[in-house]
Design a protein around this ligand. Structure first.
Ligand code: HH2
Length: 291
């Protein structure tokens, strides 16, 4: 594995243009996870009331979250699809209040253009589309029209079907080629490149070994010319390697984030913001001390 780090790789942009502001990416940026779902694999069903969700958002901010990513539909493999109306009912009341009260940029984790549009209208800055603009034809136009930041993830199939599609030759090269198709779609809709961050989609239509290979070879994806986001937090590949339960995967999450950072990733979508931030601060200081 090449751990020589970012200096030997193509340099991704040092900033990310969001809907109304620009976020520096010279150092690692954390995106705290807020799932307003009854069935998410790690934290599903915990944030049933508005007060609970706002408390959790404040807790993530106190830990130093730079962005809060709000989702109303679980994307774990095999999850039941949620109609957009139900997704909106789960996230919009919270987003309406949270974007007004909390001074942090919000991201909406959705594959539906209607949900993205409604969330942008109440003040969200970023659309996090785990389908990489492949599921909803209207998504790219909505993102372009609002001038939103965009996370383009790699995913094959849908959460309901993805594990049948986990056949790769060279997983890094194939993920890169498929992300290029999503980028083409984004460019075609007029989304400006400085608004786009790409994500290899850890856990989406990938086996444990494929996830490890992808994290270890992540730096290759910098050739796409966009900053990289990773979302390994508490995921199944950590449990498969270590036997740890979902609640007990912080060590594995930190290891994955640090390796991804050394490979050039700059945005980290995680549940445990404080601990991951501390680990990345130390990793960054070590890289800089060696420069
Ligand atoms: N992973 C999940 C959801 N959204 N977004 C991006 N950009 N990258 C990811 O890796 C990613 C994501 C799945 O994790 P989680 O939100 O914790 O669970 P669930 O989908 O069950 O709600």
């Amino acid at each position: 594995m090449d751990t020589s780090g970012p200096p030997s790789r193509p340099r991704a942009a040092g900033s990310w243009t969001l809907r109304t502001r620009t976020m520096g990416l010279e150092g690692p940026v954390t995106m705290g996870i807020l799932n307003l779902t009854p069935d998410s694999f790690s934290d599903g069903g915990r944030l049933a009331s508005m007060a609970d969700a706002l408390d959790q958002a404040r807790m993530l901010m106190d830990q130093g979250a730079d962005i809060l990513d709000v989702g109303g539909e679980s994307t774990r493999p095999g999850a039941t699809p949620v109609p957009p109306e139900e997704e909106m009912a789960r996230v919009l009341p919270f987003l309406r209040q949270a974007t007004r009260d909390l001074p942090v940029p919000f991201s909406i984790d959705t594959r539906h253009a209607d949900v993205a549009e409604a969330a942008l209208e109440v003040g969200v800055e970023i659309v996090n589309d785990v389908s990489g603009l492949k599921q909803d034809e209207a998504m790219a136009e909505v993102v372009a029209r609002h001038g939103a930041g965009l996370v383009l993830s790699h995913m094959r199939g849908t959460p309901a079907t993805m594990m049948e599609q986990a056949e790769y030759g060279d997983v890094v090269q194939e993920v890169m080629a498929e992300l290029e198709v999503s980028l083409e779609r984004a460019r075609g809709a007029g989304i400006s490149p400085d608004r786009i961050v790409v994500d290899p989609g850890i856990g989406f239509a990938k086996t444990g070994v494929q996830n490890l290979t992808l994290l270890a070879g992540l730096g290759v994806l910098l050739e796409l010319g966009h900053p990289l986001l990773v979302g390994p937090s508490r995921k199944r590949f950590i449990g498969a390697l270590t036997g740890a339960t979902v609640e007990d995967r912080l060590g594995g999450t930190i290891a994955a984030c640090v390796v991804a950072y050394l490979q050039g990733a700059r945005v980290f979508r995680v549940h445990d913001v404080g601990h991951v931030k501390q680990a990345l601060r130390v990793a960054r200081a070590m890289v800089e001390a060696a420069e």
